[in-house]
Design a protein around this ligand. Sequence first.
Ligand SMILES: NC(=O)c1ccc[n+]([C@@H]2O[C@H](COP(=O)([O-])OP(=O)(O)OC[C@H]3O[C@@H](n4cnc5c(N)ncnc54)[C@H](O)[C@@H]3O)[C@@H](O)[C@H]2O)c1
Length: 322
Amino acid sequence: MAEFLLTDANVAHHVLPKIAAWQSIPTLVLDPGESLKSAETLFQVWNWLSTLNASKTDTLLALGGGTVLDLAGFAGATYKRGIQLHYFPTTLLAMVDAAHGGKTAINLEAGKNLAGLILQPAPPVTYERTWLSTLPERELRSGWVELFKHGLIKEFGLALWMEPCSFRELPPQDLLERGIAIKSAVVAQDPQDKAIRQILNFGHSMGHAVEAASHPTDYPLLHGEAIALGMVAEAYLSHHFHRLSEPSMSFVVRKILMEFPDLQPDFDFFQLLPYLLQDKKNPAEGLKMSLLRALGEADWGVPITLEQAEASWKFVRTLWNR
Ligand SMILES: NC(=O)c1ccc[n+]([C@@H]2O[C@H](COP(=O)([O-])OP(=O)(O)OC[C@H]3O[C@@H](n4cnc5c(N)ncnc54)[C@H](O)[C@@H]3O)[C@@H](O)[C@H]2O)c1
């Protein structure tokens, strides 16, 4: 059974040379970045696999961040109706989040992750914390956001543990493992994302809209940066329109502001609106969000009006003096 390796140019430069056994595996190296999650690149991967006569029993190894894994998962699951997959996440975000749970996707013009599927079982995951040593600081900080979120929705002790940590440093191994365990446990309860798994979307309804709106600008936000802003907006909503106490909202806001003082949330709410409204998780009648009930506890499907969402975005912009 043959193996094929999908990665991007940065990872091929920084991480691949550390894995001696892989130097002779057929490898497709893609241009890095969110743009690799496209229909064009998906076709490129399918054609590459078929040119190499990859068969259903062969394995596609995905070495990279969430973009490479999302694309590889979709390409591998659909090529010949599914070949074997193995994920090797190299960013913090991918290690604690994207590699687990089987979600795959590419982006369409209308927005992020609009075409994809959920793999069951999810592909196996192998990682080395030391691979993170070459990750740019901005990417590292972005990955911490999902780790922090895992604590906020499920285990306040984990979020407390992170409070004194700097998001610019590598997380300790045990913290990393705890965050991964939380994600895996939530996914195991609801692999198809019909119910409790949606609590993982805390910060993502607003965050995905912010991320998409930022992409055509001169200051495109990283996924985790957009989710950081989304978490502040949704902490506001959790307090004002759900059950989160004011001190608990402040805990979230304080930590995000401390780690991300440099973000520039310069968009008006109307720029976010098209993305908020076409979020596939929202039924036609209005917005539904995953919000915090308390620190370490979250609910999903909480109805939120557009006026409330707009107020939360004003709150974010005021905090960052925009
Ligand atoms: N499937 C899921 O459940 C899920 C969950 C969360 C996010 N995502 C997706 O993940 C994507 C974001 O992932 P990401 O933040 O990992 O971004 P990414 O894959 O773009 O990686 C970030 C950057 O770091 C570089 N890089 C990766 N590893 C490196 C290393 N060890 N050393 C040096 N450079 C390295 C990459 O080349 C890239 O430039 C988004 O598309 C998001 O939608 C998916």
